[in-house]
Design a binder for this molecule. Structure first.
Ligand code: NAD
Ligand code: AKB
Length: 317
């Protein structure tokens, strides 16, 4: 029987992934864990363990003594925060991955999910319909850590037969918890500010096109990838995955159709350079071929769902 540990479960992806995994298996089979002392309300319906991924011995002890079979390792610093704390970002994003890969190498785990990102690409990458295999020269601390992580995942699979699977997520859009310090966060924040203030000052310029995806699609993709037969998985670094692409200006126009008085202004900051180094759109034909990936949520659908569901009370600023 599977026993799943989600590390970094209190974040934007983890909180929804835990719910989806508990619905699929059982509450008892899915342990949420995070460095946060208090379990977030949204995942309080099942087991929770405070765990710091950087405490290698504590993580090893917990995995082994609880007979954990699968780990979803989500703890990381995202692109914008990582630029502010490069040393710590490198430590957090890499050391935790080795702890989990080593547990699998020693036979303590059956399956690992570790997310990569479109940040693995860089300014020299062809940025329209970015292929799976292409130039990868990431120019951010975060992108370098994801690129290195991908190489290590593939290495552990090749050398030690570790069943590790990964997706290069685009910017993810959701309303149940706030995003955690990325460059694509504007595409979540805009809905909260549209609803609360009727206006939004964007930290990216109006024509900055980036690949995005609604969270429900990302969660389904993750579970479908993890369930796919091993022999179908031809990529052990990370799969390109595509949902939709839009610019701040295009997104604002769609919001304006629902909230006509909505106004957007642009004050690009350091995150502009990060966004400029990333793809505008992604070719995910390998995910489609290997495990039948198909996205569901268009930009129009995302706008409608977000405006109906965001709760501005969650905002702290
Ligand atoms: P998030 O910042 O919302 O959540 C990360 C969680 O990790 C937080 O709850 C945090 O408390 C926890 N954490 C931090 N340090 C920890 C530690 N030492 N030990 C245990 N937990 C710790 O991030 P997210 O958006 O949920 O992203 C999860 C993963 O997906 C990351 O690897 C990220 O790079 C990747 N990803 C996210 C997106 C996105 O748009 N959200 C896109 C691409 C890739
Ligand atoms: C970020 O902006 O850092 C993340 C990502 C695309 O990896 N959302």
């Amino acid at each position: 029987m599977k026993k799943i540990l989600v590390i970094g479960a209190g974040g934007q992806i983890g909180s929804e992934l835990v719910i989806a995994l508990r619905n699929k298996f059982s509450k008892e089979q899915v342990i949420a864990s995070d460095v946060k002392e208090i379990c977030p309300d949204i995942i309080q319906d099942g087991p929770y363990q405070q765990l710091d991924i950087l405490n290698r011995e504590a993580v090893r002890e917990f995995v082994i003594s609880n007979n954990i079979t699968d780990v979803y390792l989500l703890a990381a610093l995202l692109s914008a925060t990582a630029e502010k704390h490069p040393d710590f970002a490198w430590k957090l994003n890499m050391e935790g991955l080795f702890t989990i890969l080593d547990l699998a190498k020693e036979g303590h785990l059956k399956q690992i999910f570790w997310p990569s990102s479109i940040a693995v690409f860089g300014p020299t990458t062809p940025n329209v319909n970015t292929p799976q295999y292409t130039i990868m020269e990431p120019s951010t601390v975060y992108g370098i850590s994801k690129q290195a992580g991908e190489r290590w995942c593939e290495y552990y699979n090749n050398k030690f037969n570790v069943d590790v699977r990964s997706i290069r997520y685009p910017g993810l859009i959701s309303y149940t918890s706030l995003p955690g310090g990325g460059t694509t966060d504007y595409a979540v924040d805009i809905f909260y500010k549209a609803k609360r203030d009727g206006k939004f000052d964007c930290f990216l310029s109006e024509n900055t096109e980036l690949p995005m995806m609604y969270m429900a699609d990302a969660i389904r993709a993750t579970i479908e990838l993890m369930e796919a037969p091993s022999e179908n998985i031809t990529i052990r670094s990370a799969y390109n995955l595509s949902g939709c692409s839009f610019t701040p200006k295009g997104l604002a126009a769609k919001i304006k159709k629902i909230i006509p008085a909505f106004e957007i202004t642009y004050t690009p900051d350091f995150r502009q350079q990060i966004a400029d180094s990333w793809p505008k759109s992604i070719d995910d034909s390998f995910a489609r071929k290997d495990w039948n990936w198909e996205e569901e949520f268009t930009t129009d659908k995302i706008v409608e769902i977000m405006l109906n569901n965001v709760n501005p009370a969650l905002l702290t600023t």
